[in-house]
Design a protein around this ligand. Structure first.
Ligand SMILES: *Cc1c(COP(=O)(O)O)cnc(C)c1O
Length: 398
């Protein structure tokens, strides 16, 4: 296939698929099959030995899934991609591939709740320890690197505090020690941020979020160097088995086609809503990426906003209960605007003292700005904020 384009917006639609090889089918076919028949016993032998390339069994590779893997690799600017049944299947496959018993992982402060749960399990079962660092300076990172540090694992923007980490700076330190840097790029999508281009080694995604984009699929993706991806494919993916189904892969291929268009609108709306939230008297703080690091590594600030309200856990819950259009739900990146209370939902698994150290208070609320008219999103938020304002003030004055 010769490439006739060089822009991201074209790659999301065409990369990795040649309709002329599929009866001209404009949409990629869904190869809904578990296994692939060999023409002879000898061919089966050649496929298994690797002497001949070709499909064997869908846990080891599937044509629909491969289109998705080629496409995401190109979009992240990496050599090879691999698709998984969920974001957590992707995260766990990468972390188990990079570590062995008694190793150490250096993490950003603030991680997706289940990634925190996975790290806790790895520590308890395999003595794979971890440290959290805000990673503000090279010195701060160097001070926590040990001989047994196997990788650096980062989320930026950090969920749900929306703090940013300078990816280029971290990758420079990691290179001094020859330690790979893994970035969970879920909140930005490759349209806003491409960690591999900043020197990082592996990107993971919960494709459930912006990549799928429509709230109808759970899936994960990994992109990195060919050797590393091949290793995962033959170990922690093949033998643990968290593979994506062909239909899920097809949904992601469809979602990806509109990623740039959706992200532009998501971001534009979030920028407007963040400004309006900051001016409401019931809101005490707004967290939305908009600083030098954002300008350096993200095309725009994204569409996730966290904010704190006056009062306590009760007023935060009252706000959620008062909403009429916005859905109270975890997840993010969907067409629908979603709102949640991290302390009791996504980050309930994190012990309270750790949670407060991460900056997740009882008054914090996380908003995923959807694609409804921003005026409707704001008017729903405003009526709920107005409602809690009186209540919150009476709590504060007590
Ligand atoms: C949702 C999410 C995950 C986990 O993905 P699943 O698809 O739910 O398994 C990992 N990291 C981040 C940042 C997420 O938002």
């Amino acid at each position: 296939m010769t490439k006739t384009y060089k822009h991201f917006e074209t790659a999301v639609i065409h990369e990795g698929y040649a309709s002329e090889e599929m009866f001209g089918s404009l949409a990629p076919p869904i190869f809904q099959t578990s296994t692939f028949a060999f023409t002879s016993a000898e061919q089966g032998e050649r496929r298994f030995s690797g002497e001949e390339s070709g499909y064997i069994y869908s846990r080891l590779g599937n044509p629909t899934v491969n289109i998705l893997e080629k496409r995401i690799a190109a979009l992240e600017g990496g050599e090879k991609g691999l698709a998984f049944a969920s974001g957590m299947a992707a995260v766990s496959a990468v972390l188990f591939a990079l570590t062995k018993a008694n190793d150490h992982i250096l993490c950003s402060v603030g991680l997706y709740g289940c990634t925190f749960g996975l790290l806790t399990m790895m520590k308890e079962k395999y003595h794979i320890t971890h440290d959290f660092s805000p990673m503000r300076t090279k010195e701060e990172i160097r001070s926590l690197i040990r001989p047994e540090t196997a990788c650096i694992y980062i989320e930026t923007p950090i969920n749900p505090t929306m703090q940013l980490i300078d990816l280029q700076m971290v990758s420079e330190v990691a290179k001094e020690y020859h330690i790979p840097v893994v970035v969970d790029n879920t909140f930005s999508s490759p349209y806003l941020q491409r960690p591999l281009e900043l020197g990082c080694d592996v990107v993971v995604h919960s494709a459930t979020k912006y990549i799928g984009g429509h709230g109808d699929v759970i899936a994960g993706l990994v992109v990195g160097k060919k050797d590393f991806i091949d290793e995962i494919a033959m170990t922690t993916q093949k033998d643990i088995g968290g593979v994506i189904s062909p239909f899920q892969a097809w949904l992601l291929l469809r979602g990806l086609k509109t990623l740039p268009v959706r992200m532009d609108r998501h971001c534009e709306q979030a920028e407007t809503i963040a400004k309006k939230l900051a001016r409401h008297p019931a809101v005490t703080a707004v967290y939305y990426p908009n600083n030098d690091i954002q300008k350096k590594q993200m095309l725009r600030g994204g569409a996730m906003i966290s904010f704190e309200v006056l009062g306590n856990k009760r007023t935060a819950q009252l706000l959620l209960n008062q909403l009429k259009l916005i859905k109270v739900a975890v997840s993010l990146g969907d067409t629908e605007t979603l709102i949640e209370h991290p302390a009791t939902m996504t980050h309930a698994i994190v012990p309270e003292d750790e949670r407060l150290k991460m900056g997740i208070t009882d008054q914090m609320i996380r908003l995923s700005v959807g694609l409804e008219a921003w005026q409707d999103i704001w008017s729903d938020l405003k009526q709920a904020l107005d409602h809690i304002q009186a209540e919150a003030q009476s709590v504060v004055s007590k």
